[in-house]
Design a binder for this molecule. Structure first.
Ligand SMILES: [Zn+2]
Length: 84
């Protein structure tokens, strides 16, 4: 009777060595028709300025809207003063 045979638990370490690198060369072979768009020479609509006279100081000024006779029009200075 020979005793002494220990039980060894074999721990299997699974090492998954991922040495594989998938080198995928994605060939972009899309062919899109390049449409040359003509450069529009139309300039963006500039804000229309209407010449008017300030109802406060009587100075010539311009307003971006059509001044109405029944509505007083003020220049920037007077407008800012009135608006505070
Ligand atoms: Zn004014």
């Amino acid at each position: 009777m020979q005793e002494g045979l220990g039980k060894y638990t074999d721990i299997e370490i699974k090492q998954e060595a991922r040495m594989r690198e998938d080198q995928r060369e994605e060939k972009r072979a899309y062919e899109e028709p390049i449409e040359v768009q003509p450069v529009s020479t139309e300039q963006p609509a500039a804000p229309q300025e209407y010449d008017c006279v300030c109802s406060e100081c009587g100075k010539d000024t311009t307003v971006p809207f059509l001044p109405k006779k029944e509505w007083p029009v003020y220049c920037r200075d007077c407008y800012s003063k009135r608006r505070r």
